[in-house]
Design a protein around this ligand. Structure first.
Ligand code: FAD
Ligand code: MLT
Ligand code: ZN
Length: 468
């Protein structure tokens, strides 16, 4: 990997010493992904302090034909922020660009730089009695640029949509260094021709997000959180349907977890499950600015018990208890990581298809890999489950992944609901996606990044030359 020994010096001369890191020890943490599945090589880690510096660095990389791997908090679960292959490349970390520029509680928006941590943005909104609804277990490290580039989902999609639905304006640096400033905080803007949406979910392959204007919503003043156990996923859907009928728009999160997933949390963390005797658990949250929520939620849960759907349950009686119930859910990914090797599947399906899908998965998994252990949980209410599988070290993961993805395909679903393709799912996406769709994406990629220098080998970059 080379672009000439003097290349980092040219980058420094155009920016500053702080913006160009070449010390191997300082670079190490940027070169491996959160799951420790992928480790790449880079000439340098670039840490620009402003949009102008990003632009200058991108221009120099484009001139030298050096590829750029954008990186935010490096919490991605698909290896999208880790260099892939031997081509000369740099990591471009947005971490230093972490200012929250403004919060407008009346216009319901917040402007932040790409490296701003999601949790800080949520806290800044809360300080103005507003809510930025994207919430996920990695929010203490994930960045605004990262959630936009992955079109992150999380636990509140059911009510507020994905990141895509919450981006009003964007500032983007294109592959040739051009800065597009479209941070306008407008709810209605047909003049922008929808191009902003192209960058959301493009995993750093079409441009570098340097700042964004995000939509805020009124902060629900009342909150109701319950954990209930149910015997099967079909029953979970009955509870979901009833919760929607009774709670309507107030229903914010509807998470499903299999019992073993929560048992792993209890094993690895100091957290205890306050509900017993279920094969599956549901974490249900509702929120409202209007009073009367507690009574409505309790009435809904009483119905659920009367109908014999729930076997046990608890309603949080304080904010602390609600946080405890959420902590059980939010530690599943880390408990899984501590349990050994796992194959992650980020599945979305028409929601009614989940019982049949999971039954087929349960029957066929042992045929493919006798030692496999499922770890199924996720955002049932928005049609997205993580159908993860724990495997012994020496087992072959390909058959397991193909089994799950073939079932997803057969049930009309997607193999990447919220995590992106990264480098982890590229081959499977190619295997299962119609050639015409791949060519279309290749054309978009070629139009915006003709040299193919933005995040090669990931997501949209996969077939940048397929259009040719
Ligand atoms: P990174 O990991 O640094 O990068 C992710 C991708 O975005 C890469 O392709 C990278 O090149 C690109 N990128 C980053 N910044 C920019 C930028 N400024 N411009 C252009 N491209 C950029 N995800 C969910 O959707 N829902 C969940 O519920 C969820 N839960 C998680 C729980 C845990 C414990 C962990 C570890 C991860 C979870 N994730 C979840 C995945 C991850 O947190 C999200 O994908 C998040 O959006 C990544 O943000 P990041 O800043 O860490 O991005
Ligand atoms: C989550 O919902 O916690 C993550 O997106 C899932 C995962 O770790 O697979
Ligand atoms: Zn998730």
């Amino acid at each position: 990997m080379t672009a000439g020994d003097e290349f980092p010096e040219r980058l420094r001369a155009a920016t500053s010493d702080a913006a160009v890191v070449t010390d191997p020890d300082m670079m190490a943490g940027y070169l491996t992904d959160w799951r420790h599945m992928f480790t790449g090589q880079a000439i340098a880690v670039l840490r620009p302090g402003s949009t102008q510096e990003v632009s200058a660095l991108v221009r120099l990389c484009a001139e030298a034909g050096v590829a750029i791997v954008p990186q935010g908090g490096n919490t991605g679960l698909a290896g999208g922020a880790t260099p892939q292959g031997d081509a000369p490349q740099v990591i471009l970390s947005l971490a230093r660009m972490n200012n929250i520029r403004s919060v407008d509680p009346v216009g319901l928006c917040i402007e932040a730089e790409a490296g701003a941590i999601l949790q800080s943005v949520r806290e800044a909104a809360t300080a103005e009695d507003r809510l930025f609804p994207v919430s996920l277990a990695a929010e203490g490290s994930a960045t605004i640029g990262g959630i936009i580039a992955t079109n992150a989902g999380g636990v509140n999609v059911l009510r507020y949509g994905m990141t895509r639905d919450l981006v009003l304006g964007l500032e983007v640096v294109l592959a040739d260094g051009t800065v597009i400033d479209a941070l306008r905080p407008l709810r209605k803007d047909n003049a922008a021709r929808y191009w902003k949406q192209l960058f959301i979910g493009s995993e750093g392959a079409l441009g570098i997000v340097t700042a964004a204007t995000l939509r805020l919503v009124p902060r629900p003043l009342h909150r109701s959180v319950a954990l209930v156990s149910v015997p099967d996923v079909q029953t979970a859907l009955s509870v979901f349907s009833h919760a929607q009928t009774v709670l309507g728009d107030a229903l914010t999160a509807f998470e499903l977890m299999e019992a073993a997933a929560l048992e792993r949390v209890e094993t690895h963390f100091n957290l205890t499950l306050p509900v017993q005797s279920g094969a599956w658990y549901l974490l249900i949250e509702a929120g409202s600015t209007l009073s009367g929520l507690a009574e409505t939620s309790e009435a809904m849960l009483e119905d659920v018990f009367e109908k014999g759907w729930a076997t046990d349950g608890v309603v949080a009686s304080s904010a602390g208890q609600a946080d405890h119930l959420w902590a059980l859910r939010e530690h599943i990914t880390e408990a899984e990581a501590k349990s050994g090797r796992s194959v992650k599947h980020d599945v979305s399906l028409p929601i009614a298809a989940f019982p049949a899908f999971l039954e087929a998965f349960g029957t066929r998994l042992p045929e493919v890999e006798a030692e496999a252990t499922p770890n199924v949980f996720g955002h049932l209410g928005d049609g997205n489950l993580h159908v993860n599988v724990l495997l012994p070290k020496e087992a072959d993961s390909t058959g397991v992944m193909r089994l799950v993805h073939d079932l997803v395909h057969a049930h009309g679903g997607s193999i990447s609901a919220e995590h992106g393709l990264g480098q982890y799912r590229v081959a499977e996406w190619e295997r299962l996606t119609a050639r015409a769709e791949q060519v279309l994406l290749g054309r978009i990629k070629t139009a915006l990044d003709p040299q193919g220098i933005l995040n090669p080998g990931k997501g949209l970059s996969i077939k940048e030359h397929k259009a040719a």
